[in-house]
Design a protein around this ligand. Structure first.
Ligand code: NDP
Length: 246
């Protein structure tokens, strides 16, 4: 396995942490972004205690200029981004007839806009070097829709269109572009849902449990491997059988 430089956006979150841990354990040099420095440094210290070094660079991925600046800093401090995992995401749930423009826009900008904001500054370098791996973390709810999540489902479904177009444009340059669509994972995002609602969700999952962040990290590790060079423009569902469509 050749060590690569990997940028995981939202690496300090539930799923992001597992992705950083997995890529670091594979020998890659991992970088992530932060917005709250004190929280991020505490997270970094926890990773160090585990024997994992993750570089941290400030950056709000919902902003194009801030993302371009973040990538410039990473490339100056660490080197060219060879693996990009567009993982940062938020929810602002409410039924559409109550949704405010701000709730729509924040979710679109953070989940989908970030794919443009962060991928655009790294793609030319990947093309010039003839190698790259790009993975978007979408969601089961971008595949099947979800009551109260018109904003989130629209953003997550948009990531698939982004993936398959980018995959076509860059396949000849040794760059693969894929999406991982997690089902419900036992992270803060899902554990914040009332217990009775969570029980109803679990009842719909054939494996009978929520997923683990490491199970999403494993899907990412598979797609970014050197050996995965023939897998591009695909969507890998990791959802315990909860949704078996595309
Ligand atoms: P978390 O809320 O635990 O982590 C989200 C991460 O994204 C945090 O590090 C957060 O940083 C970062 N982030 C949010 N907004 C921005 C921004 N504007 N700029 C930079 N960083 C930002 O979420 P999860 O780990 O649960 O989710 C990770 C991804 O997986 C998301 O895209 C989510 O939609 C997706 N997903 C999650 C599922 C689940 O069950 N948990 C299911 C399906 C998909 P900060 O600490 O600064 O807020």
């Amino acid at each position: 396995m050749q060590p690569r430089i990997a940028l995981v956006t939202g690496g300090t979150g539930g799923i992001g942490t597992a992705i950083c841990q997995k890529l670091a354990s594979m020998g890659h040099r991992v970088v992530s972004n932060y917005r709250d420095e004190a929280r991020a440094r505490a997270w970094q210290a926890q990773r160090r205690a585990e024997g994992i070094e993750v570089e941290l660079v400030e950056g709000d991925v919902s902003e194009a200029d801030a993302s371009a600046e973040m990538v410039r800093e990473i490339e100056a401090r660490v080197g060219p981004v060879e693996i990009l995992v567009n993982n940062a995401g938020i929810t602002r749930d409410t039924t559409f007839h109550r949704m405010q423009a701000r709730q729509w826009q924040e979710v679109i900008d953070t989940n989908l806009g970030s794919c443009f904001n962060v991928t655009r500054p790294v793609i030319e370098g990947m093309r010039a070097r003839g190698w790259g791996r790009i993975v978007q973390i979408s969601s089961i709810n971008g595949q099947k829709g979800q009551y109260g999540q018109a904003n989130y489902a629209a953003a997550k479904a948009g990531m698939h269109g982004f993936t398959i177009s980018l995959a076509q444009e860059n396949a000849r340059f040794g760059i693969t572009v894929n999406t991982v669509s997690p089902g419900y994972i036992a992270t803060d995002m899902v554990m914040a849902v009332p217990e009775e609602v969570r029980a109803k969700i679990v009842a719909q999952i054939p494996t009978g449990r929520l997923g683990r962040p490491e199970e999403i990290a494993y899907a990412v590790a598979f797609l970014v491997a050197e050996e995965a060079a023939w897998i591009t423009g695909t969507n890998l569902s990791a959802n315990g059988g909860h949704y078996m469509g595309w």
